[in-house]
Design a protein around this ligand. Sequence first.
Ligand code: ADP
Length: 219
Amino acid sequence: MKNIILFGAPGVGKGTQASLLAEKFDLIHLSTGEMLRHEVAEGTPLGLRVKDIMNRGDLVGDDIVVGLIAKALDSGRNQLLDEWDELRLRRACGLGPDDPLPEQPQPSIIYDGFPRTVQQCQMLEFLFQKKNRRLDRVISIDVPQEELVRRIHERAQISNRSDDNEAVIRHRLEEYEAKTRPVLDYYKVSGRLVSVDGSGEITETNTRLCRILQHLLEQ
Ligand code: ADP
């Protein structure tokens, strides 16, 4: 039941890599960006509150995203079984075919796009204390700024995301520099931060990440 944060600027490929890792290592993938887009698409009260904020490229309030993460961590057996088949759940929890399934299975989780402010880091720590979880590793994917801008523009050609346009992309990168980059310093002192070069092909970065996860999940 490890907790791994995948960290990086918009465009580094966190979402793609987190999905690949979740599939390979049977992890639960929690993406605050995806959760928020889902709320917007469903037109929920929360979705209506955050829609314009996201379209501007601003960060959504800390309470809102931490609330979404808390809800996901609380989600019990049924929701996890909905997302997963039972076999994967058993494997991820280290249970044999005849072992009883716990009410609250605690598989390993990869966090994508969260935490994004120092305040969110502090709130996550508090949440972990309450839920008997601990942070195992923060993996930062590093990509030079020019390459980031190029990738987001490329993605904008094919994505339906309303926040993938020139002015908003620039603003998302500014938000990252001002509010999210300090998260790195926050975790640097804890000794749990590792950095991975993400400037190459998806498969190259994935190989580097798999090596780190393999080692971590065997511990
Ligand atoms: P990106 O690829 O730009 O990193 P995400 O899908 O992670 O995109 O996030 C999209 C938008 O959702 C962000 O620009 C922000 O408005 C909102 N968002 C996602 N995660 C968070 C978070 N942890 N804190 C605040 N806002 C968030």
